[in-house]
Write a protein that binds this ligand. Sequence first.
Ligand code: FES
Length: 524
Amino acid sequence: MNLSHRIILWPTRVELSAPAGTPLCDLLFEQGVEFPCGGQGRCRGCRIRVLNGKAEVNRAQQERLSPEEIASGWRLACQCVVEGDLEIELRQWDAAILVDDTVFAFRPRQGLGVAVDLGTTTLVAQLLELATGRVLAVSTALNAQARYGADVMSRLHFAVLEGGQHQLETLIRQQIGALIEQLLFSAGKHGAGIADIVVVGNTVMHHFFCGIDAEPLSRYPFEPTEGGLQIFRSSALGWKHAGDPLVRFLPCLGGFVGSDVLAGILATKLTEHEDLVGLIDLGTNGEIVIGNKHGLLCASTAAGPAFEGAKISMGMRASTGAISQVTVSPLLGPLLTKEGSKGWCSRDRVHCHVIGDGAPRGLCGSGLVDAVAAGLELGVVAPSGRFSKGENSWMLAPPVALTQNDIRELQLAKAAIAAGIKLLMQRKGEKELARLYLAGAFGNYIDRASAQRIGLIDFPPERVEAAGNTALLGAKLALFSLDSEDGSYAGVRRRVEHVALNADPSFQDVFVGELAFPQARPTN
Ligand code: FES
């Protein structure tokens, strides 16, 4: 039996539980911790200090941490797994968010601030001391609206029913109000005044929270009724926080591109680059931003739910039992069997990593991308997307198999994203990106080489960077520059132009052209 262990996070005192073998990054990502190099063990950005318990030091940590640091308990969270009960101090939460002297420089303010990332599936809120930038508490929850549909479209269908939207509005306002109370309580600041609250989210969440008619978002041309900045007194939302602080829901960028993407632009500083750079959030709706300091284009494209493991025969979220990585041993040289390594199971040359080190139960989004890339590499899957020998499925790790239909779903998702990137690049008159940031949980876990192998992201892996929870980071940054112009969300918003891909006559042709997989692994 796989027992759960207790993990206590300092300074917030959040308590989590997880079985042995769970990667710490799985746990901490959900708590709003960022992994700047995507968990590759290269940047030291995810440093933690072990106060109690054990966390083994692997080679990547020996290379990145000094012997003194290791001796005093410092570790790289992305390289550690749960081995037993653990108490850790989160370095990120102890430091000012902003330490450079760019336009985003940290400008201390008095009082407390709250940043909220209102996602379709999850909510993350952080309480900050605005004078130091310290995170005093963090709260996460599943979005209470989820019982009325897992994705934005099913939520919109509920909203258009009699009284539906009002119900969703009430639910989310109450939940976020309670989450903020919980933040104050766990930081020992119950009853203390809050200076400002910033909320970011996609366009549908924006309309639901702000009480704006969301019906136009459910039908062509899918345009928001009113996507601008919305400001409320917290008492108007039914919240009773001391000082009656202002609550700002940051403005959407257009169509289905919400303020979570605006926050992502702030977090990745896209408007400061001279070279062309990009930001993608891969989800049911893929959001894409391409540009530089001279201007940005943004768009959304309906990718379908494949990246979230939905509509996949054995699809599931990235949780215990999900195959999250699939690798192939090279044909020549030693067979790199991972059999016996924690969390890995192997069949011939194919190795699958199972989250939580238990029996495989299904396939999550990153596992799906890897599995198809592995199938292409082994010649099991043809570039057309068909199984080469006409099979209906390919067994990865019993009972989990990849089916023909799963590959089709992935083709639709990847073609939508690839076509969106291509069209925005065409508008910019460029073929290359200097850097591409991947936002969100999926972007954190997807293997960049596999993403390139299936033609989802046609750029060399070293130019692609996982950027973590950019929505939350951007919301935090916004708290420090609410009234300024340069570098603030308002200044950035003005530099972004929304492109309605569904109105572009060439979209369908480009989309169809992107359905097939590349013939061979790119040489870069
Ligand atoms: S070293 Fe862990 S995220 Fe970069």
